[in-house]
Design a protein around this ligand. Structure first.
Ligand code: 5AD
Ligand code: SF4
Length: 463
């Protein structure tokens, strides 16, 4: 289905001379950030301008995340602070979208405790956002839209990409895996791959506009195309993630290709071979581990064992030159014993991850793990997180030392946020490097020699 700009124009006429501003608060993952670029596109088509000051905005949009409890609490805190202002200001519209509003219990809570919210839309209703906001403005209605899952993807939604040389493109929505701790399959629905032509069109546009690095996004990118097999379209029957990567490789201007997140169980030999063949594909692969214990992996429903994960890593290290791995790990999953946790630490030592996103297990309503009895004490969870952090920092420190003196081709991304007058980029293994450069170097790939290790980043010098 193709999106058509319609209610955006109606809002434009409704607002006439009024200069409305909008503010978008994005919580959670890269997929939400990508969705927010579309909300940005839709809102700007209404003739409004974007502001970074929430106090200045007429339309405030919260794009929410449900992955852990603290993400959900963030929204409630922020809504609470807006109540007084909303009651006084009848030219303020508050909208809540994203993963939280795809859950009935959250919708009920917002309707009951934050009645002033104007628009509440689940994840499958983005294409109705303009209409909903129009009705909220014109009829002063409170709009709530929730649909279980959508049958068809909506393409052509206006989008405004963030400035710079890096951009992300969603290739597949939803997830079929139902890991027992995870809310995503419930709030994002079943896997739906975008058509290759739609993806290629977006990337061509980005490459023409000067973006050099493209990150392909999805909850499970390497199952891209599996859903085509169920459809009756002959030319799509054979299509898969590797075929898509090959098409993207042909687009002039794309110099670095990244993807996240793949699932270890779907990492095919064909994909491993192809990564090795194509130097444009980033050598840092995100390979979520979640736990190093086979019995915990089983109750997480991850569909691989500790040994299978390690074997995959071994194979990739053997086949792909310079490969490195980042990962996600959850500590304190129900039933995790000290021995299970030590298995996780063992995998961390063996793989030598270059980045670990560490999470304390958080109970999610409606998931299988919610009902598990042997939940872990909060103190033990925090203590395990600290031990994991310490192990990782020690590893990074010694690994960084090995970078000193080496030279890398680095795409100069722009000014460093934390180091004044310095510029930044990443090695192919995704280590952040800061160095002195000129503004005219931004967007170019330069040879940079590493001179210093600062734990979370390296210092370098352009040659
Ligand atoms: N508790 C803690 N971490 C979680 N993740 C997903 N669900 C939960 C949960 N209930 C983590 C996983 C996933 C990452 C995006 O978030 O590690 O890979
Ligand atoms: Fe959640 Fe597992 Fe799907 Fe990832 S693969 S989104 S962790 S259910």
């Amino acid at each position: 289905m193709k999106y058509t700009v319609n209610y955006e124009n109606k809002i434009k006429s409704l607002l006439k001379e009024k200069k409305y501003k909008y503010y978008i608060d994005t919580m959670g993952c890269a997929l939400n950030e990508n969705d927010s670029m579309k909300y940005n596109g839709i809102l700007s088509k209404m003739g409004m301008t974007k502001t970074d000051d929430i106090n200045n905005a007429n339309v405030i949009l919260f794009n929410t995340c449900s992955i852990r409890e603290n993400a959900e609490d963030k929204l409630y805190g922020r809504l609470g602070t807006l109540k007084k202002r909303k009651l006084k200001d009848n030219e303020l519209y508050i909208c809540v979208v994203g993963c939280m509003t795809q859950q009935k219990h959250v919708i009920d809570k917002i309707k009951k405790s934050y009645r002033f919210v104007d628009v509440l839309l689940g994840t499958h209703s983005m294409h109705n956002f303009a209409k909903s906001l129009y009705l909220a403005m014109k009829e002063k209605q409170k709009i709530v839209e929730y649909v279980e899952d959508k049958k068809e993807l909506v393409e052509n939604i206006p989008i405004i990409y963030d400035e710079g040389v890096k951009a992300s493109v969603s290739i597949i929505y939803g997830c079929n895996n139902f890991c027992s701790y995870c809310i995503v399959p419930y709030v994002r629905g079943r896997e739906k791959s975008r058509l290759p032509d739609d993806i290629i069109k977006d990337i061509r546009y980005l490459a023409k506009s000067g973006y050099k690095e493209i990150t392909l996004l999805g909850q499970n990118v390497n199952s891209y195309g599996n859903d085509f097999r169920k459809q009756d379209v002959e030319e799509l029957k054979e299509y898969n993630f590797v075929k898509l990567l090959k098409e993207i490789d042909k687009i002039k201007g794309v110099e670095i290709i990244k993807f996240m997140s793949p699932h270890p169980k779907d990492f095919s030999d064909e994909l491993i071979e192809y990564i090795n063949e194509n130097p444009k594909i980033s050598r840092q692969i995100h390979l979520p581990l979640q736990s190093g214990s086979t019995s915990i992996l089983k109750s997480m429903n991850r569909k691989y064992t500790k040994e299978e994960y390690l074997e995959l890593v071994r194979k990739m290290k053997e086949k792909i030159s310079d490969v490195s791995f980042s990962t996600d790990i959850i500590v304190g999953f129900p039933g995790e014993t000290e021995e299970d946790f030590l298995e996780t630490l063992d995998v961390v030592k063996k793989v030598n991850f270059s980045q670990i996103y560490m999470f304390i297990y958080s109970i999610r309503k409606g998931t299988v793990a919610e009902k598990m009895e042997n939940q872990i004490d909060e103190k033990i969870k925090s203590e395990r997180l600290e031990r994991l952090k310490k192990l990782f920092e020690d590893t990074i420190n010694s690994e960084n030392e090995a970078y000193i003196g080496k030279t890398f081709n680095i795409l100069i991304e722009g000014k460093s946020k934390n180091n004044e007058n310095m510029y930044t980029g990443r090695t192919s293994s995704n280590k952040v490097v800061v160095f002195t450069a000129n503004e005219r170097d931004v967007g170019k790939i330069k040879k940079v020699k590493i001179t210093k290790n600062n734990l979370w980043y390296l210092t370098g010098q352009i040659l």
